[in-house]
Design a protein around this ligand. Structure first.
Ligand SMILES: Nc1ncnc2c1ncn2[C@@H]1O[C@H](COP(=O)(O)OP(=O)(O)OP(=O)(O)O)[C@@H](O)[C@H]1O
Ligand SMILES: [Mg+2]
Length: 304
């Protein structure tokens, strides 16, 4: 669905449509497809209204349905998106949504506007999107059915927790604004992914700015990114401002494999700078800088 039709569709949703969507959402804790009678029960609407509304939300493609072995409905991603959007709008966090900022493997990110006129980024987590077919296979073995919905919600909650903690310690991450269901609303970063830079004026400076933030996250917030790479660092044209994004998989320093995970993050990013910008800094120095706060030679030069 194009983005424009996404927003147009959102505006078409009426209060009773939302009642039915909310009833289906509640039922999905217990059912893969929520029986029609349960939707009647949860929504507290008369049966004929529910009849009308489930047909409407089906036609708008916000839910999927089955007719056998019983008549049942479940939310699809758009239905779930709309419930989160409704929360942000009603709570006064969101005024409008714009075009896509990035469509990743496990999330869709859109530009957004707050009522105060600040530009924001709205990230919908989409875990399990790629594996709908796989889910269908798992289904026949009686495993959890509506896993994508819960996993995506947990990812959003986790990312929001990380952003709040990191932001409060001054780590360069997007400003957390709000979170609901599988969605995180945060400040928009001006910049593009590090992977997209063909040249850097001062690769060492950029690398050290990243390390400074990894150090701050580790030593002050007790947080390790766990998926640090040139894809999750945003940088502006002037190379002044680096920001580390995409935190749902973070671990704390108490994690049993914390050290290993930190080293993997640092190796990833070091290798990228070596490969692309020929920057050579001993890995031990990098690690000592982040873990022990020991200034490496290059860092001293940079700081002078
Ligand atoms: N706060 C933000 N401000 C501006 N752009 C953002 C912001 N957050 C995410 N983006 C854009 O959206 C893209 C996807 O975001 P993110 O990396 O958080 O999700 P993802 O699904 O894990 O992506 P991938 O699977 O590609 O790593 C980013 O590469 C970036 O271009
Ligand atoms: Mg990413």
């Amino acid at each position: 669905m194009s983005f424009k039709s996404f927003m147009e569709k959102f505006k078409e949703i009426e209060a009773e449509d939302f009642k039915v969507l909310l009833a289906i959402e509640s039922g999905m804790k217990n059912y893969e497809y929520v029986p029609f009678e349960k939707i009647v029960e949860y929504s507290k609407l008369p049966i004929d209204k529910v009849e009308y509304r489930v047909n409407r939300v089906s036609r708008l493609r916000l839910v999927r349905s089955i007719t056998s072995p019983y008549r049942g409905y479940c939310l699809n991603y758009i239905g779930y998106d709309f419930l989160a959007l409704r929360f942000f709008v009603n709570s006064g966090f969101l005024e409008a949504v714009g075009g896509p900022l990035g469509v990743g493997k496990e999330a869709d990110v859109y530009e957004a506007l707050t009522p105060e006129g600040d530009v924001a980024a709205l990230k919908f987590h989409r875990l399990g999107r790629i594996s709908f077919r796989q889910t269908a296979k798992v289904r026949s073995y009686g495993k959890p059915k509506t896993f994508w919905l819960f996993r995506s919600k947990i990812a959003a909650e986790k990312e929001y927790e990380a952003l709040k903690k990191l932001y409060s310690y001054g780590v360069s991450v997007p400003k957390p604004i709000s979170q609901n269901r599988h969605a995180v609303l945060m400040g928009k970063i001006e910049g593009i992914r590090l992977i997209e830079f063909k040249h850097l004026k001062d690769p060492e400076n950029v690398f050290l700015k990243i390390l400074e933030n990894v150090k701050l996250a580790y030593r002050k917030a007790g947080v390790i990114h766990a998926d640090l790479s040139e894809y999750n660092v945003l940088l502006d044209e002037e190379e002044r401002n680096i920001q580390i994004i995409d935190w749902p998989q973070y671990v704390t320093i108490n994690h049993p494999n914390a050290q290993q995970i930190l080293e993997r993050d640092l190796k990833n990013i070091s290798k990228f700078f070596k490969r692309k910008f020929n920057l050579e800094i001993s890995f031990k120095d990098v690690l000592d800088f982040v873990v022990l706060g020991k200034p490496v030679k290059k860092v001293q030069i940079f700081l002078q």
